[in-house]
Design a protein around this ligand. Structure first.
Ligand code: KIV
Ligand code: ZN
Length: 398
């Protein structure tokens, strides 16, 4: 039987911590509706104590979202929890996400506390949040660098205090996938009561391992992934939603399912990018503009013979416009013939061979050859013996 993975989206909270990408309430509401349509199970709407604007946004989202759980972040502090509960009071399914740092870095050099006082505060915060909502998620900040035995003690204690979900963040993106997976496995095997709660991954991308770590987490028993659209978030960002969803979709042997409608991935990604004014890098997996672009001759020839030679995902599966054959000085004859045919010039093999050196000369001077330039190439090509019918077609197109 396949295991259901809960998709917890934190684009509006961790994602919005990206400098310069602040959203207003109206924009946050639009993104929240889109996330709900996409099929996310939990929307982390913000950190209500952080500013009146964030409080207003969480409250507005809580009022409107009908199917997903709406979650608000707090520190393990009563005032934070009071404010979060207030912001969430109209939510159909509210969740308070509270927590405290558990690594020795955080315990001693951030909080100026000790392990036992952190443990006490963790328990107290969960008990306090339970007075307001039944669904309480606890995060052990910097769990990635927390010693496993102490982490297990904290996790067991917060479960006893009533936590329904326990988040194991790799806050600094430090863990290797096998290490992070082993950490989740250690908790699964050593924490009493862990079978009654959901263990969550929350991985940062400082070493480019956020997606790999999240997958290692679910392979070892975690059942919720915290992620953001386009992988945005604090510093190098978070696990990207589109990546984990497509990994689950493409690797059946993992036996995981989720509720995301992958056909809405590109639309959602673009919306987040536009509203946050954060361009998507061209080579970004799944949603980058080059994710379905083929530019070298060998790849283009293989792709044109059978797209599966070079594509493991179809553009339709993720709602991308289409695959493209990009013409550069690395492109071959097959790609040139294909692109010419697309604009109305069905040339023979010999004609393409004659035209190819001219094409390369042009391509060496340019980054990319566009349709208009192909038409110029054809126009100049009559002396190259190109079929006169095609030349006439060209004048119609020009
Ligand atoms: O990275 C982190 O540890 C966090 C927590 C607040 C969940 O974002
Ligand atoms: Zn985070």
């Amino acid at each position: 039987m396949k295991n259901q993975i809960i998709i917890f989206d934190t684009t509006l909270r961790d994602g919005e911590q990206v400098p310069g990408s602040k959203l207003n309430t109206a924009e946050k509401i639009k993104i929240a509706y889109q996330l709900e349509a996409l099929g996310v199970n939990v929307i982390e709407a913000g950190f209500p104590i952080s500013s009146p604007g964030d409080f207003e946004a969480v409250e507005a989202i809580a009022k409107r979202i009908k199917f997903a759980t709406v979650c608000a972040l707090t520190r393990a502090v009563e005032k934070d929890i009071d404010v979060a509960a207030d912001a969430l009071k109209q939510a159909v399914a509210p969740r308070i996400h509270t927590g405290i740092g558990t690594s020795d870095f955080h315990v001693y050099s951030k909080l100026n506390m000790n392990r036992s006082s952190v443990l006490e505060q963790a328990i107290a915060s969960v008990k306090y949040a339970k007075k307001y909502v039944s669904d309480v998620e606890f995060y052990a900040e910097d769990a990635g660098r927390t010693e496993n035995q102490y982490l297990a003690k904290v996790v067991e204690a917060v479960i006893k205090a009533g936590a329904t979900v326990v988040n194991i963040p790799d806050t600094t993106g430090f863990c290797l996938p096998e290490e992070y997976g082993a950490k989740i496995n250690y908790l699964m095997e050593n924490v009493k009561g862990i079978e009654n709660v959901i263990i969550s991954t929350h991985c940062h991308n400082d070493l480019g391992l956020a997606t790999a770590n999240a997958i290692a987490g679910i392979e070892n028993g975690a059942r919720q992934i915290e992620c953001t659209m386009n992988g945005i978030g604090e510093r190098a960002g978070n696990t990207s939603l589109e990546e984990v969803v497509m990994i689950m979709q493409k690797h059946d042997r993992l036996q995981f399912i989720n509720t995301i409608n992958s056909k809405l991935l590109c639309e959602t990604s673009q919306m987040v990018s536009d509203m946050m004014q954060m361009p998507i890098q061209a080579n970004k997996a799944i949603v980058g503009s080059n994710a379905f672009a083929h530019s070298s001759g060998i790849h283009q020839d293989g792709f044109l013979k059978n797209r599966e030679n070079y594509e493991i995902i179809t553009p339709e599966e993720v709602g991308a416009i289409d695959s493209s054959i990009v013409l550069t000085a690395r492109s071959g004859r097959a790609a040139l013939a294909y692109r010419l045919k697309n604009i109305g010039f069905d040339l023979t093999k010999d004609e393409i061979t004659n035209l190819y050196p001219e094409f390369l000369e042009m391509a060496d001077k340019e980054k990319e050859i566009r349709d208009e330039q192909l038409k110029i190439l054809i126009d100049k090509a009559s002396f190259l013996n190109i079929n006169s019918q095609n030349i006439q077609a060209s004048s119609v197109n020009l």
